[in-house]
Design a protein. Structure first.
Length: 158
């Protein structure tokens, strides 16, 4: 299973702020729930290996993968192997500061992280704020039940 956050050698997940996990023994919980052996690894690592094997990275030895989904991730592979880096964080871009003047705090506790701007939940939050705080904005969107798909659909109109 691919998981958000850092995954150690014992397949425990650390620091998955998007899900509110500090430390989570995902392997043990899923093994007990499914009554079957489970393997757990970082999802971006698995996506990178998949791209090297059968995806856009097939036939290449070195790639940089950026994922955008429940968060923003990144990974580097050199010589067809994941670069681990310090604490398994090579290529991770989600909590790099890109706006030192940001007032709102990221889930990680810092301000101005990449992840505060580029994934679905962040886009919806920013759009809601913009709709609420901008008079005369030209949009058919309302803050109720807003989704990223609706935001992109509206962007095509204009």
């Amino acid at each position: 299973m691919g998981s958000l956050g850092l995954v150690d050698l014992f397949e425990k997940v650390f620091g998955c702020v998007n899900l509110g996990w500090r430390v989570k023994d995902v392997k043990e919980e899923l093994t007990n729930l499914l009554k079957s052996s489970v393997k757990v690894a970082n999802g971006t690592n698995l996506a990178t290996l998949g791209e090297l094997w059968q995806g856009a990275g097939k036939g290449h030895k070195n790639i940089l993968l950026v994922t955008i989904g429940t968060g923003i991730g990144g990974k580097i592979a050199i010589g067809e192997k994941i670069v681990v880096g310090r604490n398994g964080k090579s290529g991770e871009i989600r909590h790099l500061t890109i706006n030192k003047d940001e007032k709102k705090i990221c889930a990680c506790g810092k301000r101005g992280c990449v992840e505060q701007y580029g994934f679905e939940v962040a886009m919806v939050k920013m759009a809601r704020d913009r709709i609420k705080n901008t008079q005369g904005i030209k949009t058919t969107l309302t803050v109720d039940n807003l989704t990223a798909k609706m935001i992109f659909g509206e962007a095509r109109i204009y």
